[in-house]
Design a protein around this ligand. Structure first.
Ligand SMILES: [Zn+2]
Length: 250
């Protein structure tokens, strides 16, 4: 970045609105808090979630409302040179909100919107054979279900993520050339990796649901069989389960 750009950013920052409270004061009800929280916390007096963010204007840690987190996100995107993407993303979300409101006959939740967008993402990634991104979208969906305490469906999707992971998903970005595909296969066992973060979440959910390895395998098999035939995966559900079971139950 050049000097002119740095000056521009400096001037832009100065013009930013000073969002949030530097002091230990609730951004919703102005109640003075016992201590300035270090991360997301409920206000004891109004029960709203207080968010903790760094604001680009002066680099100070501030307490903000949910809406103000969006405002700061926008300010940061201006500083980071990604404002166009920020606006595009916002437009996509608002379109989806309107579409779902019509479909449901009520205002959709933030998770409804994210879920719907993730479903579209899945299709795009599958069409382009970007299986790493596809796997990440699946993971985000499992996270939404878990956050909504939908334990069983969350577990099923996390297990699906693990099954994709033992197959080593790659991003092919629409390559159709056969020779190239041989060199860069969409799934490659050699790229298999079981993420500790996913494994520990699965272990928690299994405990929550009081499942043993047989019960877990039944859920895994159903979803793995479908993926195995639809995505033509190199690792069979049986082989995959052997690897995953070792990580989950020993
Ligand atoms: Zn409050």
């Amino acid at each position: 970045m050049g000097v002119l750009h740095s000056i521009w950013i400096f001037l832009r920052k100065r013009r930013f609105q000073a969002v949030g409270n530097v002091d230990a004061v609730c951004p919703y009800c102005n109640n003075t808090l016992e201590k300035k929280p270090g991360r997301k916390k409920k206000c004891p007096s109004c029960n709203n979630f207080i968010y903790v963010r760094t604001r680009p204007k002066d680099g100070k840690k501030v307490l903000v409302t949910k809406d103000q987190t969006e405002l700061l996100k926008e300010q940061w995107s201006i500083v980071n040179g990604t404002h166009a993407e920020f606006l595009e993303n916002k437009r996509i979300i608002e379109n989806e909100r309107r579409f779902l409101a019509k479909k449901f006959g009520r205002e959709p939740s933030e998770n409804d919107i994210r879920w719907s967008l993730l479903n579209k993402e899945l299709m795009t990634h599958a069409n382009n054979a970007n299986w790493g991104l596809y796997r990440n979208a699946k993971f985000q969906m499992a996270e939404i279900l878990r956050a909504e305490s939908k334990t069983s469906p969350a577990l099923a999707i996390y297990l699906e993520v693990l099954y994709l992971d033992v197959n080593g998903p790659n991003n092919i970005s629409g390559i159709r050339d056969r020779a190239l595909l041989k060199e860069f296969p969409p799934f490659n066992e050699k790229d298999a990796f079981l993420a500790p973060g996913v494994l520990s979440k699965v272990v928690d959910l299994i405990q929550e649901l009081n499942l043993d390895d047989k019960g877990t395998k039944a859920i895994f098999n159903e979803i793995a069989e479908r993926n195995f035939s639809n995505l033509r995966l190199p690792v069979t559900p049986e082989q995959g389960w052997r690897k995953i079971k070792k990580e989950l139950f020993t």
